[in-house]
Design a binder for this molecule. Structure first.
Ligand SMILES: NC(=O)c1ccc[n+]([C@@H]2O[C@H](COP(=O)([O-])OP(=O)(O)OC[C@H]3O[C@@H](n4cnc5c(N)ncnc54)[C@H](OP(=O)(O)O)[C@@H]3O)[C@@H](O)[C@H]2O)c1
Length: 276
């Protein structure tokens, strides 16, 4: 039974996904997926230069019917960890035995269990999510969850020496530290509102004294660390996407606060302490 389940993913990928990407093998498919992610990132950069991503404080029914924010976050983000779990159960996942492959994939899954379940359940946001950003986020989660999961489970094997290499130690440390600061900063923002309160307050304390968006800064460190630790093209293009998306979002938030609060500290940077 388990063997049958294992083989169905191993058959499905070459039979359906390789042709979908015009590829003959995994190497060609990953190459196409990385290019698609790259061009998608450029299109996101272009649109966010013109207007903010329409969710949270910028939510608007111009972008489709509105879904409750908690349900939207849970269902749009959870494919990011569900895809690797499906791959683990339905493909041979030969590289799951490698310590490095396992650490990277578990790190990725932990991040997305927090992002998809814990973060939205804690959030006290009141703005619903329009359908277009919702469905784009969900498509991205499916695509990226598959790309990262398949790469680590079935495509690239890291040997035990990689575990003690400077790239892995530095990158994985950045990933863990980034994740801790990201979660802490998100919690600081969430707790600006008391339960039932609405509206936006000026964030103060900790890293918020230096930048408008330490949660985004930390997430960029996290995915840059993941890319360094894995030296993989799928991780690198995801770090690129996160950097572009979150820098623009931080820029929009910064201008939102400058407009909203007359006393917003002028010395506070947007996203990189002391720099930008
Ligand atoms: N890797 C990626 O590409 C990527 C992309 C997007 C997001 N993310 C991550 O997902 C997380 C959430 O992203 P986000 O864009 O929703 O972040 P956000 O705009 O900073 O909001 C985070 C939470 O804090 C609340 N909040 C923010 N500022 C507030 C203020 N001044 N007063 C009161 N409440 C405030 C928000 O409520 P409202 O919802 O009501 O605004 C929301 O619940 C972040 O950790 C981010 O790094 C990652």
């Amino acid at each position: 039974m388990l063997e049958k389940l294992n083989s169905c993913g191993d058959d499905f990928i070459p039979s359906y996904l390789h042709p979908l990407f015009g590829a003959n093998n995994d190497a060609e498919m990953f190459s196409q997926m990385v290019w698609i992610s790259f061009f998608y990132t450029l299109s996101v950069a272009l649109s966010m230069a013109l207007f903010p991503a329409p969710y949270g404080r910028y939510s608007s029914s111009k972008y489709g019917f509105l879904l409750p924010a908690k349900i939207a976050w849970i269902t749009q983000e959870s494919p990011s960890f569900i895809m690797p779990v499906i791959l683990l159960l339905t493909t041979s996942s030969a590289f799951w035995n490698s310590t490095v492959n396992k650490m990277l994939l578990i790190g990725f899954i932990i991040h997305y269990v927090n992002r998809s379940i814990i973060f939205p359940l804690c959030a006290r946001g009141n703005e619903d999510t329009p359908f277009i950003p919702y469905i784009s986020a969900m498509a991205f989660s499916i695509f990226n969850g598959f790309m990262q999961g398949h790469y680590l489970l079935n495509y690239y094997l890291y040997d035990e020496q990689w575990l003690t290499s400077p790239q892995f130690i530095i990158g994985f440390t950045m990933f863990c530290v980034g994740m801790a600061i990201n979660i802490h900063s998100d919690q600081q923002l969430i707790h600006l509102r008391k339960p039932g309160e609405t509206g936006y307050k000026m964030p103060v304390g900790g890293l918020f004294e230096y930048v408008t968006a330490p949660n985004f800064f930390a997430e960029i460190i996290e995915w840059t660390g993941f890319a360094i630790a894995s030296c993989s093209p799928p991780a690198a293009v995801f770090a690129f996407f996160s950097t572009v998306f979150l820098c623009y979002r931080a820029w929009h938030h910064h201008h939102f606060y400058l407009k909203k609060f007359d006393n917003y500290p002028r010395s506070r940077k947007i996203i990189i302490p002391f720099v930008f």
